[in-house]
Design a protein around this ligand. Structure first.
Ligand code: FAD
Length: 335
């Protein structure tokens, strides 16, 4: 009796109101708060994810993005001095983390899906998993090249650009799977976001070319854009203006990163092909310790956030990079 009561209670449906990112934006009366997190390194527990999200829950994130990390190649020394090339994914778990977040916090999770490392069929199957889990948001990306390879190489029978991924998701939303003789097909219901680059994607020959490809992703069915990080709001405003001039009319969510160490002033431009504004750089150069740099970074981000809110951006999306303390300090001054 006790056991069956317990079972009945455990299967009682809970009323959860999950929404698409664009619906969050449509219903919002003011600028929303959202975050991006990274899966933990392989072997770490899900608790490390919760420990990062818990301190930010009081700011009511509308959604939590979870990045996807493709495989890397390592060379392991074997007996006789041979080197063996080993493929390893250091940060697996994106889908599981999304499901865990929705289950624990009742907040929408947005898994990043990438072209790299996936054939079209593997993508289709991954999307079916997400659909079955009730995850109706995805950020569709090409992904970068494997760290040890000079350029992005699509998987055999995989996608070369994010637009191809957008098209595949859109097809599934229309009930079109790769095998066309399926009967009683259940369409998926994904809201698709894509990436945009206020300072241009590094491979694009120029800004116009990059914007045309961005517009193509929207025309193919993407419903909103999340930007690469930027430290100069003028870059974002200029980007939005150029997008609107090209008839890109979807919400453009600014992505913000809090700079915390002196090293990041050179590493972030190298990795993400973005500029550190001269003003900010001068303040960083005056700092004697990283603790001081962190204070500069937090204050900079607070001012950036306040100005963006004043300009009524739809949402502020913070790249937490696995640490919540700095985002918490910014959010407490801004939301
Ligand atoms: P695309 O839109 O495919 O564009 C790539 C380049 O090709 C651009 O220069 C574009 O102008 C050009 N291009 C596009 N279409 C065509 C075409 N048809 N013909 C010729 N050129 C074309 N990476 C990860 O691995 N995992 C993540 O979780 C992740 N999350 C991210 C989140 C955000 C918000 C951002 C901004 C980036 C993220 N990235 C992630 C990095 C991203 O994968 C890289 O920046 C990648 O190099 C480009 O991805 P994309 O989706 O913008 O590609």
């Amino acid at each position: 009796m006790g056991a069956s009561r317990y079972f009945a209670a455990s299967i009682k449906p809970v009323s959860l109101k999950f929404m698409k990112v664009v619906d969050h934006i449509k219903q919002a009366k003011s600028t929303l708060f959202s975050i991006e997190i990274l899966p933990p390194l392989k072997g770490k527990s899900i608790q490390s994810i919760f420990d990062g999200i818990d301190p930010l829950m009081e700011f009511k994130p509308s959604f939590v993005d979870v990045t996807y990390h493709r495989e890397e190649y390592l060379y392991k020394k074997r007996e006789g001095g041979y080197l063996e090339k080993v493929s390893i994914r250091k940060r697996p778990g994106t889908v599981g983390i999304c499901a865990a977040i929705m289950n624990k916090y009742h907040v929408d999770a947005v898994p990043h899906i990438i072209c790299g490392g996936f054939s079209k069929e593997e993508t289709e199957n991954a999307l079916i998993d997400l659909h079955f889990l009730g995850i109706d948001n995805v950020l569709a990306l090409r992904g970068d090249s494997i760290k040890t390879e000079p350029e992005f190489v699509p998987e055999p029978n995989g996608h070369a650009y994010a637009i191809d991924l957008v098209k595949q998701v859109k097809q599934m939303n229309h009930g079109k799977y790769m095998i066309d003789d399926l009967v009683d097909v259940a369409p998926t219901n994904f809201c698709i976001g894509v990436a945009g680059y206020p300072e241009k994607h590094f491979e694009a020959p120029n800004m116009v070319s990059d914007l045309r490809h961005l517009k193509a992703k929207i025309d193919a069915g993407a419903e909103y854009i999340v930007t690469q990080m930027f430290f100069d709001n003028a870059q974002y405003f200029d980007f939005v203006k150029k997008c609107r001039e090209m008839d890109i009319n979807v919400p453009i969510i600014p992505g913000l990163k809090i700079l915390t160490t002196k090293r990041q002033a050179t590493v972030l431009p190298k990795i993400f092909k973005i500029d550190i504004p001269q003003d900010m750089l001068e303040q960083i150069e005056k700092c004697k310790t990283d603790a001081e740099v962190k204070e500069v970074g937090i204050e900079w981000c607070i001012q950036q956030s306040k100005q963006l809110i004043k300009e009524k951006v739809p949402c502020l999306h913070y790249y937490t990079m696995g640490t919540s303390e700095t985002t918490r300090r910014v959010a407490s001054q801004v939301f």
